[in-house]
Structures are given as structure tokens and as C-alpha cells.
Design a protein around this ligand. Structure first.
Ligand code: FE2
Length: 279
């Protein structure tokens, strides 16, 4: 259960770092489960990469139909000029998404545990529901940059309610591209109108629509969240965040959940329209 100080800190800063929230054994269980998924994955079945910089690459059917599936997406730098993997597939996957919380027993059990549910309730999410899960590898040397963004752009609801649960499956450091968040605001919601909205139209075309000209924070003003394995970071969907490329020789595995309040109206224009799981 969160303390009053913790919920106050969350409301002011837009995020909360919960150290030693989960055990090393729990993290290893998730890591092993993710490795098994990759081991079973046929790398010749797709060339889909995940990028937050070039949205044309995420528009394909492989991505848009992955909401209720378990699919692997490559790092952008995974392939050479001839389109061949430069290294073993286990070091080439950017992420697995987006229904691990529904389809993979280890992730399902973890995602629906009492601790996650109680934190969601303490943060004010009534009837919390999970829309999406992702296992992010942030591979050594090729783990790409994730530019500044707000997660609410992808989980629009009226009123906005999405909270990201970001779990460090491995230690996250400055060298391996830890999460970095905007800091210094008096109120994350007042300081940060939603800047962009990712829209999926009825013909399955998509658009990242700019909603206003509010600039992104400077990288130098960001607060790096250097955290140990087993730490849970929860943050408001309006909180701007990014992560630098991983230029180190260590991976930075993380597992994320996107959870909204079941009492809010989930937009039909969101790309992901699968049935959420109630916590
Ligand atoms: Fe994000």
C-alpha cells in the first residue's frame, strides 16, 4: 500500500519510484519467460521493427493487429544492408507486445497480482483495467532511442486516466539507457497538456496528430531514473519521458503495463481496441 507521502509525491511529480517492489526471483521468472518466447520466434516470419521516430514503420498490419497477440518486434539496427540479422535473434528484438498479460501465464499472474492492483487503486484508478503489456529488451549496443513522448497519446480517454507501470527486470543505468522523465513541475497535469494523439482511422491508416505547440523539455533537464532490478516506476500518462540509446554492452530489460480507470471513456480512435483485463 502506498503512503500518503507517496501518493502526494505522485500527484506533484507525475511519477513514483518504488524500490525493491519485487524480488529478483520474480524478475528472473519474467526474464526466462521472455527468452522462451524469443526462442520460439521464427525471425524470418517478419521484418517488423519498432520505432517511435518513424511512424510509417509501425503502421503495418503486424503491429496494428498485435493488441491481442504475443509478437516480437525487431530493433531498427538489427539488420545489415542486405536485410540479414547482424547478430543472434535473441539480441535483435526490441520488444514483445502486446497481450503478454493475457496470454502468457507468468506475465498474466504477475500483471494481475494484488500488489499491482493495490497500487493502481491507491493512485486513484477506479476499476483499473490493463490495456497493454510489453516486454522491452533495450539491447546492448543497438537498443534504440525512444524520443520524448507522453503515453496518454496512445491511450486517450475522457477524462485522461492512463498510468504506466514500468518494471525494471534488470538494473537500469545511464549507460544502458534508463528511463528519463521531466522533473521540476508543480503539477504534471497542469504543466503538460497532451501534445500529440496517435489516431487509428477506420481504414487502418494512422496519424500522430500534433495537438498544440507545447515544446518538449530539454534532454539536459530530464531526471534519469537509475533503478535496480525489481523496482517499479509508476507514472502519469501525461508525464513526458524518453530514453537514450543503449550504447553499453548490457541489456536493460523492462516490463510495462498500461492501465486506465474503467470509469473513463476509452477513445475508439486509439490504435488498440482489444478487450482490457480488469484488475
Ligand atoms: Fe512511454
Amino acid at each position: 500500500m502506498l503512503t500518503t507521502e507517496q501518493t502526494k509525491s505522485y500527484q506533484t511529480n507525475g511519477y513514483l519510484v518504488l524500490e525493491q517492489c519485487f524480488s529478483d526471483e520474480q524478475m528472473d521468472l519474467l526474464k526466462n519467460s521472455a527468452s522462451e518466447i524469443v526462442a520460439d520466434f521464427d525471425p524470418n516470419s517478419t521484418r517488423a521493427v519498432f520505432s517511435t521516430e518513424d511512424h510509417s514503420k509501425t503502421r503495418d498490419n503486424y503491429f496494428l493487429s498485435s493488441g491481442d497477440k504475443v509478437r516480437c518486434f525487431f530493433e531498427e539496427d538489427a539488420f545489415d544492408d542486405k536485410g540479414e540479422l547482424k547478430q543472434d535473434k535473441s539480441l535483435s528484438i526490441n520488444k514483445i507486445g502486446h497481450a503478454l498479460h493475457q496470454l502468457v501465464p507468468e506475465f498474466k499472474t504477475f500483471s494481475h497480482c494484488e500488489k499491482i492492483k493495490n497500487i493502481a487503486l491507491d493512485l486513484g484508478l477506479q476499476r483499473p483495467q490493463i490495456h497493454q503489456s510489453m516486454y522491452i529488451f533495450k539491447q546492448p549496443k543497438i537498443g534504440g532511442v525512444i524520443r520524448w513522448h507522453q503515453d496518454a497519446s496512445y491511450f486517450f480517454s475522457t477524462p485522461l486516466s492512463v498510468v504506466t507501470f514500468w518494471l525494471a527486470v534488470e538494473d537500469a543505468t545511464m549507460q544502458n539507457g534508463c528511463l528519463q522523465v521531466q522533473s521540476g513541475g508543480t503539477s504534471v497535469a497542469q504543466d503538460n497538456p497532451l501534445r500529440e494523439q496517435f489516431l487509428r482511422y477506420t481504414d487502418d491508416s494512422t496519424e500522430l496528430k500534433t495537438l498544440n505547440d507545447m515544446p518538449w523539455p530539454d534532454d539536459d533537464d530530464a531526471k534519469p531514473l537509475v533503478v535496480k532490478k525489481g523496482t517499479l516506476v509508476v507514472f502519469n500518462g501525461l508525464l513526458p519521458h524518453f530514453s537514450a540509446p543503449n550504447l553499453s554492452d548490457k541489456s536493460r530489460h523492462a516490463f510495462t503495463l498500461h492501465i486506465t480507470c474503467g470509469n473513463t471513456k476509452y477513445a475508439k480512435e486509439n490504435w488498440l481496441q482489444t478487450q482490457p483485463s480488469l484488475l
